[in-house]
Design a protein around this ligand. Structure first.
Ligand code: ASP
Length: 432
């Protein structure tokens, strides 16, 4: 077991978790047992990962930026990152739109299925709260910019949903370290360096728990999942999303081999443990510490690049989520017989881009921001709950899959930016 590469340990944990969940679902009281006695270990793991996400962003961003030679190096990384993030997200949305318009998963949906799903889920509390949260976020078009700027760094540090504010502060701090007298910056850099090493060690320790934690997480997902019959009715829609996500993965692999001259095997071997955790936790934010470790130490991306590209990506670059939002919006319109013009499809490109930037990196966030996409194409307010009800049952498994693509997109962009700046180092890719 000691010798087994990390991803095999995690896969073994996942498979056993699924089997255990299925077994326990067959017993009366089995579900309760998993929820009471197994699930807490998964929750502890996610809490530990989230616990170190903010300190990690804070120290590694400051270290990354203050290690740069000057501000123009930072500008180079920043501009490339933003352009690549926007481009890959647009590609994802276009792939989603092409698939959903070709395969038309919503068109033939039986009226009874629509009624059944509406009856079961439309009045579900979480759907109402999704709509409510999305409406709150819409108050002004530039709200997302305002929200990025903290007015109290301690409040931002104390709230995981304010990660972008921590990123903003850390970037500002790092830039100012570059601007002040190097003699004064030196002691701060030494402390940050030490803190960085401590936080990375914490990631290592927490990862010991990963195979057991994914066992608990998957067992919990299996015993809490909806009945299989309903999932079967949404299979065609689900497969459309998954097919799009797979195409997106191929897109990344092609970019990496054409531009970075790196083989799919090299990339996947480096990133797969982070992908498995993204799948198990459905949260890019919780996965961030592991993504950073894998990209820096196993893919050879210089810390100067990964420390900026990855935290920013975890919060604003969600290719999987935007692809899913495009497919879901058109699927809902098809099922509810709401015709969409070409201009509506263009609106989807724009709103899904903004919605994925605005989506938090936590489970289910993509569905909240989907409301904004639905509103932008004129789905009437009284149909929003019905629309979400149609896709609700299958949202969790799709969330797991789209989160994998979200973090894979961030890792791909890190490699490409690093390559373009000559900051992609050779690695021997150790086995774990
Ligand atoms: N769970 C996704 C993430 O954390 C966001 C979403 O699509 O709901 O990346």
């Amino acid at each position: 077991m000691q010798k087994l590469p990390l991803h095999w340990k995690i896969i073994t944990g996942m498979v056993l978790g699924v089997l255990f969940g299925l077994l326990m679902s067959a017993f009366s009281g089995g579900k309760g047992f998993v929820i009471d006695w197994i699930a807490p270990f998964g929750t502890i793991f996610i809490r530990l990962l989230k616990l170190i996400a903010i300190p990690l962003i804070f120290v590694s961003l400051i270290k990354g930026i203050s290690d740069l030679k000057d501000i123009s190096s930072f500008k180079n990384i920043g501009i490339r990152t933003v352009i690549l993030y926007i481009s890959t997200t647009v590609v994802a949305i276009v792939i989603g739109l092409m698939l959903v318009n070709t395969l038309q998963p919503g068109t033939g949906m039986a009226e009874e299925t629509i009624e059944e799903l509406t009856r079961t889920y439309a009045s579900d509390e979480s759907i109402a709260s999704n709509i409510h949260e999305a409406v709150e976020q819409e108050s002004s078009p530039l709200n997302f910019l305002v929200d990025m700027v903290p007015d109290n760094i301690f409040a931002a540090l104390g709230n995981n949903s304010l990660m972008l504010q921590v990123i903003f502060f850390s970037i500002l701090f790092g830039i100012c370290m570059l601007l002040i007298d190097p003699v004064k910056a030196r002691p701060i850099a030494l402390i940050i360096d030490g803190l960085n090493a401590v936080v990375l060690k914490m990631v290592d320790l927490i990862m010991w728990m990963a195979p057991f934690a994914v066992f608990a997480l998957l067992a919990q997902i299996i015993v809490s999942s909806d009945n299989v019959e309903i999932l079967e009715k949404l299979l065609y829609y689900g497969l459309t999303v998954v097919l799009g996500l797979i195409l997106m993965l191929f897109f990344y692999l092609i970019i990496l081999s054409l531009y970075a001259k790196k083989s799919p095997r090299w990339f996947l071997r480096g990133i797969v443990p982070a992908q498995l955790l993204a799948f198990s936790t459905s949260s890019s934010a919780a996965t961030l510490p592991v993504t950073m470790e894998r990209v820096t130490h196993h893919l050879g991306v210089d810390n100067e690049v990964s420390s900026f590209v990855l935290p920013v990506g975890a919060t604003i670059n969600m290719d999987g989520t935007s692809l899913y939002q495009a497919v879901a919006a058109v699927f809902i319109a098809q099922a509810l017989h709401i015709p969409l013009e070409f201009s509506d499809q263009l609106t989807i490109v724009l709103t899904a881009l903004l919605a994925s930037i605005g989506s938090a990196a936590v489970p289910g966030a993509g569905m909240i921001m989907l409301v904004i996409v639905l509103e932008s194409i004129g789905i009437p307010a009284d149909k929003l709950a019905v629309g979400l009800a149609l896709i609700f049952a299958i949202d969790r498994p799709l969330d797991m899959c789209r989160t994998v693509i979200n973090i894979t997109g961030d890792a791909t962009v890190s490699v490409v930016v690093a390559k373009s700046l000559g900051k992609l180092h050779p690695t021997d890719q150790p086995k774990t």
